[in-house]
Design a protein around this ligand. Sequence first.
Ligand code: HEM
Length: 192
Amino acid sequence: MTRAWPLALGILLGFGALWAGLHSPVEAVEQWRLAARWTARVGFPLFIITYSASSLGRLWYGDFTRELWRNRRWWGLGFAAAHTVHLYALLTFLKVSGETRPLPLLLVAGTGYALMFAMALTSNAAAMRALGRNWRRLHTLGIHWLWGIFTVSYAGRIFEPETMTTGLIATLFTLGALALRIAAWRKGRKAA
Ligand code: HEM
C-alpha cells in the first residue's frame, strides 16, 4: 500500500465509530451521542501521532521515527477524515437532541474545524510553496488550537466520576505530546 494508508485508517476508524454508535442498544438520541463521543475518541490517537511525529523524529532519529515524520501529512489527513465524521455525528446529535452549546464554545470549536480544513487543503507541496512562511504559521496555529480543544475537553472529564479515567489518560497524552514538542524545540535551538 502507498504512504496514504493512515488516511484510509482515519476513514475506516471514523465510519467504524459512527457505525458502532448507531448500532448500540440505546435510544436513537443516545446512539448519536455515542457516535459523537466515539468518533472524537478514534480521531484522538491520530491527532496525537500527527502532533508528535516531527518531535519524535528530532529527538530519537531512527527508521521508525523517520518514517512517522515523513508520513505525518498522511496521519494529519487521517485525523481530519475521522474528525469530519465527528462533525457529522455531533451536528446530527444536536439536531435530534435539541441540545445547544454556549456561543463562545461554538466559536472556538468552529474555528478549530476551519483551521483543520485549511490545514488539510494545504497539506501538499504546491500549497507550501504558494503560502511560504504563512504555511508554517497556519499549521502551527491550527495544530495547537486543536491541541487546546482536546486538552480542555479531556481535562474537564477528569472531574466527572464516570469519565475520570478517560479524561486522565487522554490529558496525560496531550501534556506528554506538548512536553515532546518543547524538548524537540529546545534541542533544535541548542543545535543552532
Ligand atoms: C475541533 C473541534 C472539536 C474537538 C477537538 C472535539 C473533541 C471532542 C472530544 C475529545 C470528545 C470526547 C470524546 C471521549 O469521550 O473520548 C468529544 C465529544 C463530543 N463532542 Fe466534540 N470536539 C470538537 C467539536 C465539537 C463541537 C463543535 C460540538 C457541538 C457543538 C461537539 C460535540 C460533541 C459531543 C456531543 C460529544 C459527545 C459528548 C459525550 O461524551 O457525552 N464537538 N469531542
